[in-house]
Structures are given as structure tokens and as C-alpha cells.
Design a protein around this ligand. Structure first.
Ligand SMILES: NC(=O)c1ccc[n+]([C@@H]2O[C@H](COP(=O)([O-])OP(=O)(O)OC[C@H]3O[C@@H](n4cnc5c(N)ncnc54)[C@H](OP(=O)(O)O)[C@@H]3O)[C@@H](O)[C@H]2O)c1
Length: 282
């Protein structure tokens, strides 16, 4: 049933290339939504402390009856500005996430945003190195890091992030960042892979390819990611869409289809939907 390929991270861990994201799913709904995803065959779940749904996610994982080693659970440190992020605060936040998730380890722990104006992500990363060494996170990585931020991590610490999770979709393809990842051995994980289900899925360039393959626009966009080697974590609370987004391994885009989708984000810097990591500090 589960045909999702695995991506080998730079620490040897295998991560499913397609998972299920739960941003904006209220905690009370998360148990049902994550339960539906696990039943459909997803084995990777992407949550975060700030999503407020680690508890509901943990309940669904516990209720699934699946063996822990079959699952890949990601959460993220909310390094928001409300407190100073020294070693103790990071470890406390990590313990809190594990407790809410009802787990003794996660598969991937990410620094949610670099917040470069605070100049503290290198110090946070050093505590992440410690967390990785303890085995309580099988892999550690970052999110929303820019090439300059990755350069600082490389210059000032030992461990290379396994993953950088960033906004990425055909309208914002992040070509430069993906090239930096390839050079440094960092896996690219795409957030808002469907462009948040908005304009992207209605563009004639996308719907024409979808019609040709007898697939939905969302499925075509997910294939574009998979064929580019991106890890994807589409979110949906709609059971039929949850299943549809996983049913993307029975067809392939042709080179011309990929080129047409690449063209959507070519030229200018592309169009972000979410915040710019250079300025994001809330
Ligand atoms: N690290 C970060 O800073 C960061 C930031 C943003 C997101 N993320 C992660 O990335 C995940 C995915 O990103 P996202 O939630 O922003 O956006 P997304 O996955 O690109 O799109 C989700 C939206 O698309 C709709 N949708 C899903 N499948 C569809 C389909 N087959 N056809 C039509 N519409 C569909 C959903 O509607 P319904 O739910 O109503 O079905 C929802 O409104 C998040 O859940 C989160 O885990 C991380």
C-alpha cells in the first residue's frame, strides 16, 4: 500500500519523500485528521510547537497501532522572540514537544526560523547537535534558512543540517537555495507545496497537464516536486484530498510537463506566499 520512496538524509536516516503537514489544523481536529492520513498510508507527519497540535498528533499516532519504527515524526522549535533561547530553554521546549507527542524521540527536529536579526541560531544549533547525539532526535535540521544562514552554520559548527524545510512550489521554486543544498548535502523539504491550494492549482499551465494525465492539479504539482527530488508535506483536512495527495505514484510527468511547470517560476525571484525569512521575527 505504501509506495512512498525514501530519501536518504546525510546522517543515513531514511525519510519518506511524501508526508502529511498539519499547520492550521486545530488540536481538537488533529487526532482525526492525522488518523485519516495514517489510515490512508502516510507514514510521515510534520507538526511544530507553534501549530498547537502536537498533543492531537500524538494521540493519533498512539491510537494508530503502528510500530514506532514505521513512523517518521517531525516537529520544530518555536524560537520566537518571547524568551532568550539558551541551551536550557531549547532543551525544555524539546522535552515539552516530546511529552505532547507522547514520544521518547522524534525523527526530525527543526529550528523553525533563522531570525537572523536575533543572531542566536548558531547557539541554538549547538544544542541541536547535543539533541542529535542523545538519540532523542534521529535527525536535526533547519527551516526557512537562507544560503547565508547555512554558510554560518557550516563555518561555526560541526554538524550539517539534514534538511532545510522552506517555502517551495512552482511559483517559488528556490533554484538558488536548492543548488546550495545539493552542494552541502542538505535535503530540500517543500512547505506549502501546493501553494496553499490557491492560485497555483487554477493556472491553465497546471490544469492542462492535469487534464492530459487524467489527474488533479494538486497531484500534478506534487509529481513536479517528487520528480525534482523535493520532500513534500501537503496539508489537507479533507479526507478525499488526503487520499488524493498520496495517490501520486501511478503516473509520471513528461519532460515537457516539468519544463512548463518550471517556467511558472522562472525569471523574477518568484512569488512567495509566506513571510521572508530575512525579516520574519514573530
Ligand atoms: N516550516 C515552516 O515555516 C512552514 C510554513 C508553512 C507550512 N509548513 C508545513 O507545510 C505543510 C503544508 O503547507 P501548507 O499547509 O501551508 O499548504 P499546502 O499543503 O500547500 O496547501 C494546503 C491547502 O491546500 C488545500 N488542499 C490540499 N490538498 C488539496 C487538493 N488535493 N486539491 C485542492 N486543494 C487542496 C487544503 O485545503 P483543505 O485542508 O481544506 O482540504 C489547504 O487549504 C504545513 O501543513 C506545515 O506542516 C511549514
Amino acid at each position: 500500500m505504501n509506495q512512498v520512496p525514501a530519501i536518504k538524509l546525510n546522517d543515513g536516516t531514511l525519510m519518506p519523500q511524501l508526508g502529511y503537514g498539519v499547520w492550521q489544523v486545530p488540536d481538537a481536529e488533529a487526532e482525526r485528521a492525522v488518523g485519516t492520513a495514517l489510515e490512508a498510508g502516510y507514514r510521515s507527519i510534520d507538526t511544530a510547537a507553534i501549530y498547537g497540535n502536537e498533543a492531537g498528533t500524538g494521540k493519533a499516532v498512539a491510537a494508530s497501532g503502528l510500530a514506532r519504527e514505521e513512523l517518521f515524526v517531525t516537529t520544530k522549535l518555536w524560537n520566537g522572540p518571547k524568551q532568550k533561547w539558551g541551551r536550557d530553554q531549547v532543551l525544555r521546549a524539546f522535552d515539552d514537544s516530546l511529552a505532547k507527542l507522547r514520544l521518547d524521540h522524534v525523527d526530525l527536529y527543526l529550528i523553525h526560523w533563522p531570525r537572523p536579526m536575533r543572531d542566536d541560531f548558531v547557539a541554538i544549533w549547538k544544542t541541536f547537535e547535543e539533541i542529535a547525539a542523545s538519540g532523542r532526535a534521529r535527525s536535526v535540521g533547519v527551516s526557512n534558512f537562507r544560503p547565508a544562514d547555512l554558510e554560518r552554520i557550516a563555518a561555526e559548527s560541526e554538524l550539517v543540517p539534514a534538511v532545510n524545510q522552506v517555502e517551495l512550489h512552482p511559483l517559488f521554486p528556490q533554484a538558488e537555495l536548492r543548488a546550495v543544498h545539493a552542494e552541502r548535502g542538505i535535503a530540500t523539504e517543500a512547505w506549502s507545496p501546493l501553494g496553499q491550494g490557491k492560485e497555483l492549482l487554477t493556472l491553465p499551465a497546471v490544469t492542462a497537464i492535469a487534464d492530459k494525465h487524467g489527474r488533479s492539479a494538486a497531484q500534478v504539482v506534487l509529481r513536479w516536486h517528487l520528480q525534482h527530488g523535493n520532500i513534500v508535506i501537503p496539508k489537507s483536512v479533507t479526507p478525499a484530498r488526503i487520499r488524493e495527495n498520496l495517490d501520486v505514484f501511478g503516473f509520471e510527468l513528461e519532460a515537457g510537463d516539468i519544463a512548463a511547470l518550471d517556467a511558472l517560476g522562472a525569471g523574477a525571484a518568484g512569488r512567495r506566499i509566506g513571510p521572508d525569512p530575512a525579516a520574519f521575527d514573530v
